[in-house]
Design a protein around this ligand. Structure first.
Ligand code: HEM
Ligand SMILES: *[C@@H]1O[C@H](CO)[C@@H](O)[C@H](O)[C@H]1NC(C)=O
Ligand SMILES: *[C@@H]1O[C@H](CO)[C@@H](O)[C@H](O)[C@H]1NC(C)=O
Length: 545
C-alpha cells in the first residue's frame, strides 16, 4: 500500500484517538477546579463554549461578570475545566509576576507559526525575549516622532480620496474598508517601507488585503479543529513533511488556508527582497524607498547587522516579524478607528467639541500639529482612551498554565463548598481566558458608570479604587493592550495612528449615522456587521464641513 494511504489513515484514525484521549485525561486532571463556581454546563460536548465564544455574547459576558466576579470556572469540551479571569491581582500574576508560567496557548503559537512564521506572535521563552529586545526600540516614542510625516502623508491621501467621493451633499460611505486600507498602508509604509495602496477612491485592493480578509473566514471555519488537531500535528516531522500532509488531506478549508498563507508569504518575501537589494546599495538607495529608510524593517536590518551573534535574527524570523506586524496592526486599529467614528456619529456634541479643539490647535500652530502638540490634545486623548476602554477591539485573550500554581485574588470568592477562597489552585495545563473587556468595565474599579461612554472621566482624577488595583496593563489602567513581556508592542503606534486619522477626518467631515443599525460582533477582533447582513462593514454618512 502507498505512503498516501498510510498518511490518510493516520490523519483519519490516530489523530482523533490521540485528541480524544487527551481530552478525557484533561477532564480528570483539572478536577481541582470543581470547587470554583461558574456557569452551568450547557452541553456534554462543548460545555458553555457556544455561549462563551459567541458573536453576540455581550450580554452573556456581562451577566457572567455580575454573577461570579473576577474568576470563574468555564466548562469546555467534554467537561474540561477552564478558568475565566479578570480579578486585578490575578491579572498581575498572569501577565507580570508569573508570566513565564502563564504561556500563550499552543493553538495561538502554532497557528501563528503556520500562518505568519517565527515572528513575535509565534515564539516563546528565550527566542521571544530576544526578538522583543531587538524590536522594542523601533516602537519607542523617539521613533514614533520620525514616522509623523508618513502618517500625515497617508492620511492626507485618505482625506482627498474621501473628498472625491463626498461632494456637496451628505453621502453614505463604507467606513470599515477605508479604515482597513489606511491601517494597512500605514503599517506598510512605516513598518515595511512599502506602499500597498495608492489610496485613491477607485484603486483596486492589493492581493495582500484580499488574502488577509479571506484568511479570517477560512481560518474561522477551522477554529475548533485547529484547537485540538494543530498542537499534536505540529509536533510531527519537518515543515516540509507537514506541508506534504496538508497537500494530501482531502479537506478544502485546509487548502484554502494554505493558498492564502502562500499569498501572504510571497508578499512578505517580495518586500524583503526589495529591501535587501536597497540595503546592499547603501543609505542613498534606502532613502529613496517609500519609508525613506526610517521604516521598521530598515531599522531592524541595521540593528541585526550590529547585533551580537546570539541576538541576531535569521531571515525566516525577520519575515515572520513582517507578516506578524501587518496582521497585528491592521484589523485591530481599523476596528478601533471605526468604532470611535461610530461613537462620534452617535454623540454629535462630542464630535463638535473635538472639532473645536482641533481647529483651535491648528490655528495656533498655523498648520499640521507636530507630535507633542498632537498627543497633548486633551479631548482627543480622552476620547481615544474611552473608546479603547469601553470597546476594546480584542475582548478576550487566552493563556495556559505550564505548571501547578497558586493564583491570588484581590477580591475573595466563595467556593462551591461555601468556604472563602483568597487564592485559586491552578493545575498544570489549565487553559485560561482573560477578560480584557470585563476588566475595562469592572464597576468595582471604574465606578457605577463603568458601562457608559464618558470621555469626561479621563479629564478628572481617576477613581481611587482603580489606581489602587495596580492593573498590569501597559496603557492607562486599561487591559486593552494587555501587559508584561507580551503586551502589544504597537500600542503607541496605534495611538498615533488613531489620533492622526481622527484629527484629519473630523476637521474635514461631519460624521452621522446611516439608517442601518449596526451589530458589533464579539469575535477575536470586534467587527461591525449591519443587522440582517453577514459580512463586516460600517455604513456611515459623511458631509463636508
Ligand atoms: C487598537 C489597536 C490594537 C489593539 C487593541 C491591540 C491589541 C493587542 C493585544 C490584546 C495583544 C496581545 C495578544 C496576546 O498576547 O494574546 C497584542 C499583541 C501584539 N500587537 Fe497589538 N493591538 C493593536 C495595534 C497594534 C499595532 C498597530 C501593532 C504594530 C504596529 C501591533 C502589534 C502587536 C504585536 C507584534 C503583538 C504581539 C506581541 C508579542 O507577543 O510579543 N498591535 N496587541
Ligand atoms: C542577521 O545577522 C546575522 C549575523 O550577523 C546574519 O547571519 C543574518 O543573516 C542576518 N539576518 C538577516 C535577515 O539579514
Ligand atoms: C505539565 O504537563 C505537561 C503534560 O501535559 C508535562 O509535559 C509537563 O512536564 C508538566 N509540567 C510540570 C512542571 O509538571
Amino acid at each position: 500500500m502507498s505512503v498516501t494511504f498510510y498518511m490518510k489513515a493516520f490523519v483519519a484514525v490516530a489523530l482523533p484517538i490521540y485528541t480524544l484521549w487527551s481530552l478525557i485525561r484533561d477532564r480528570f486532571v483539572k478536577s481541582a477546579l470543581n470547587n470554583i463556581p461558574g456557569p452551568p454546563s450547557e452541553s456534554f460536548f462543548t460545555g458553555v463554549l457556544e455561549s462563551f465564544f459567541n458573536n453576540h455574547g455581550w450580554d452573556y459576558h456581562k451577566k457572567l461578570a455580575e454573577t461570579y466576579g473576577g474568576i470563574m470556572k468555564i466548562k469546555a469540551v467534554f467537561g474540561e475545566n477552564e478558568l475565566y479571569v479578570f480579578d486585578p491581582k490575578a491579572l498581575h500574576h498572569i501577565f507580570v509576576k508569573d508570566q513565564d508560567i502563564f504561556e500563550e496557548t499552543p493553538q495561538w503559537i502554532q497557528g501563528n507559526g503556520v500562518v505568519y512564521g517565527p515572528g513575535l506572535l509565534a515564539t516563546l521563552g528565550e527566542q521571544h525575549r530576544k526578538q522583543r529586545k531587538m524590536l522594542n526600540p523601533v516602537f519607542s516614542t523617539a521613533h514614533m516622532r520620525d514616522m509623523m510625516p508618513i502618517f500625515y502623508d497617508v492620511t492626507d491621501k485618505l482625506r482627498d480620496a474621501m473628498l472625491a467621493r463626498v461632494k456637496n451633499t451628505p453621502t453614505e460611505i463604507e467606513l470599515l474598508s477605508w479604515m482597513t486600507r489606511t491601517a494597512l498602508e500605514l503599517i506598510g509604509q512605516s513598518g515595511l517601507g512599502y506602499s500597498f495602496d495608492s489610496m485613491t477612491a477607485d484603486a483596486a485592493p492589493h492581493p495582500y488585503s484580499k488574502a488577509a480578509k479571506s484568511l479570517e473566514l477560512a481560518w474561522g471555519k477551522l477554529r475548533l479543529s485547529t484547537a485540538y488537531l494543530l498542537p499534536p500535528l505540529s509536533k510531527i516531522g519537518s515543515a516540509k513533511f507537514r506541508r506534504f500532509v496538508v497537500d494530501l488531506v482531502p479537506w478544502k478549508d485546509v487548502h484554502d488556508v494554505r493558498d492564502i498563507v502562500d499569498v501572504l508569504t510571497k508578499t512578505s518575501t517580495d518586500i524583503f527582497e526589495l529591501k535587501k537589494k536597497a540595503f546592499a546599495e547603501g543609505d542613498e538607495a534606502l532613502a529613496k524607498q517609500v519609508g525613506r529608510g526610517k521604516d521598521i524593517l530598515s531599522i531592524l536590518l541595521k540593528a541585526n547587522l550590529s547585533a551580537s551573534k546570539e541576538d541576531s535574527m535569521t531571515e525566516e524570523e525577520i519575515l515572520g516579524q513582517m507578516s506578524s506586524l501587518i496582521y497585528a496592526a491592521m484589523d485591530t486599529t481599523s476596528s478601533a478607528l471605526s468604532r470611535t467614528f461610530h461613537l462620534l456619529a452617535i454623540h454629535q456634541d462630542m464630535q463638535d467639541r473635538l472639532r473645536a479643539e482641533i481647529k483651535e490647535a491648528k490655528r495656533q500652530q498655523g498648520g499640521n500639529l507636530p507630535y507633542d502638540q498632537l498627543v497633548g490634545l486633551p479631548y482627543l486623548d480622552a476620547l481615544c482612551r474611552e473608546s479603547l476602554r469601553l470597546h476594546s477591539p480584542v475582548p478576550l485573550v487566552r493563556r495556559i498554565a505550564r505548571q501547578d500554581i497558586m493564583l491570588p485574588l484581590s477580591t475573595p470568592i466563595k467556593g462551591m463548598d461555601g468556604r472563602e477562597i483568597t487564592e485559586v489552585f491552578v493545575p498544570n495545563d489549565t487553559k485560561l481566558t482573560i477578560g480584557i473587556m470585563a476588566s475595562n468595565r469592572n464597576p468595582e474599579l471604574w465606578g457605577a458608570d463603568a458601562e457608559e461612554f464618558n470621555p469626561e472621566r479621563w479629564l478628572k482624577p481617576l477613581p481611587e479604587s482603580l489606581v489602587a488595583a495596580h492593573l498590569p496593563g501597559v496603557y492607562s489602567h486599561l487591559m486593552t493592550f494587555i501587559g508584561g513581556s507580551r503586551a502589544c508592542i504597537g500600542f503607541k503606534f496605534s495611538q498615533l495612528e488613531m489620533k492622526v486619522v481622527l484629527l484629519t477626518l473630523i476637521e474635514s467631515f461631519r460624521f452621522t449615522l446611516s439608517d442601518k443599525e449596526i451589530n458589533w460582533e464579539m469575535v477575536e477582533i470586534v467587527a461591525p456587521v449591519p443587522v440582517g447582513e453577514e459580512a463586516p462593514r460600517l455604513p456611515i454618512v459623511l458631509q463636508r464641513i
